[in-house]
Design a protein around this ligand. Structure first.
Ligand code: AHR
Length: 334
């Protein structure tokens, strides 16, 4: 009897301790399932968010990181845990597992590639930690693995670039080369698809297409290869500004004038790209807005408060020619 009472007392104490521990990790804002149970939002009201960034491959990425770090601050009620995956999926998976082990309140990440996420996202769901995707999508048939995806419409960006190209090149045969983003990444897949569909039926033919991994250095190297392999390139479609800027260096080194001898279309509209457009070295840029921090903060708070959030939040982008770039540059944020 005494032993039973003691056992009960010990069990009660253990349960109380476990509940206290859970309570210390549960949300003041109420319950939020994240598809797999209650979340761990802290009693002190501070939201611990683990963010796994793709890397530091481009001007766009630097602006995106700044937006997240400037918004998810202690003043705004966040404890941001940030990690840079150096463009490697295995690093992102490791970071996400570490955030799960730390019982953060929310995990957010920009997936370096589209596929291969189901297992780790299921682990987050099982741990009751909601996941928010920013910038890039995952290719998964199970949409319950994440709460929301905030980012641009990459297919539309490719289409906008292709429409401009098709309007410029009308009447004769024109040869284009394509500098693709990181192989398997959503923006590389979608921008390629969008561009190809917009130029279908036009006089433009894509004669070569390779990845430059979204970096300026690789954009330059791949463009050097294109220039060695092909005599008559009319147009470069680069999936981002940085690769376009690398292509400019290669074209100039080959003794040609970028923007005139070879026209260049890019995507992003970061300051360096916009300056090259204003200078006439790039001919057209479709924007991809990197300032996702405020939307991420807003959606995170809603998710933890148990509010319904949109599964897909599309960030609107515009496009710039030389005159528009000159006008926008003095007040450009990124
Ligand atoms: O996912 C967005 C893309 O990633 C940007 O266009 C590119 O610059 C970045 O590296």
């Amino acid at each position: 009897m005494a032993r039973t009472t003691l056992t009960r007392t010990v069990l009660a104490a253990v349960s109380a301790a476990a509940l206290f521990a859970l309570g210390a990790c549960s949300s003041d804002a109420g319950t939020q399932t994240g598809g797999g149970g209650e979340t761990n939002a802290a009693d002190d009201g501070v939201i611990t968010l683990g963010f796994s960034q793709v890397g530091a491959e481009s001007g766009w990425r630097a602006a995106n990181t700044k937006s997240i770090q400037d918004t998810l601050t202690a003043e705004n009620g966040f404890d941001l845990k940030f990690s840079d995956a150096q463009q490697k999926q295995e690093n992102q998976i490791q970071a996400i597992r570490s955030y799960i082990a730390q019982q953060v309140d929310v995990i957010a990440f920009s997936p370096v590639v589209e596929t291969g996420w189901d297992a780790v996202l299921q682990e987050a769901k099982d741990a009751g930690i909601p996941v928010i995707l920013t910038d890039r999508a995952v290719d998964s048939s199970d949409e319950t693995l994440y709460e929301s995806f905030i980012g641009s419409d990459f297919v539309l960006e490719g289409e906008m670039a292709g429409q401009w190209a098709a309007e410029q090149y009308d009447g004769e045969g024109y040869q284009a080369v394509e500098l693709q983003g990181t192989t398997g990444a959503a923006p590389a897949i979608d921008r390629k698809d969008g561009f190809e569909s917009a130029i279908a039926g036009s006089d433009i033919e894509i004669i070569d297409s390779q990845t430059g991994n979204f970096t300026r250095a690789e954009g330059k190297t791949v463009m050097e290869g294109f220039l060695n392999a092909h005599d008559d390139i009319d147009l470069v479609f680069a999936h981002n500004d940085d690769m376009g800027l690398g292509a400019i260096e290669a074209i100039e080194a080959a003794g040609m004038t970028p923007g005139e001898d070879i026209k260049i279309i890019t995507i992003d509209a970061v300051k360096d790209g916009m300056q090259a457009l204003a200078d006439g070295k790039i001919n057209y840029i479709v924007e991809c807005n990197p300032l996702l921090g405020p939307d991420l903060a807003d959606i995170t708070k809603k998710v933890l408060a148990g509010e319904e959030v949109e599964k897909r939040i599309v960030v609107k982008d515009e496009a710039f020619d030389q005159a528009a770039a000159k006008e926008a540059l003095p007040t450009r944020e990124y």
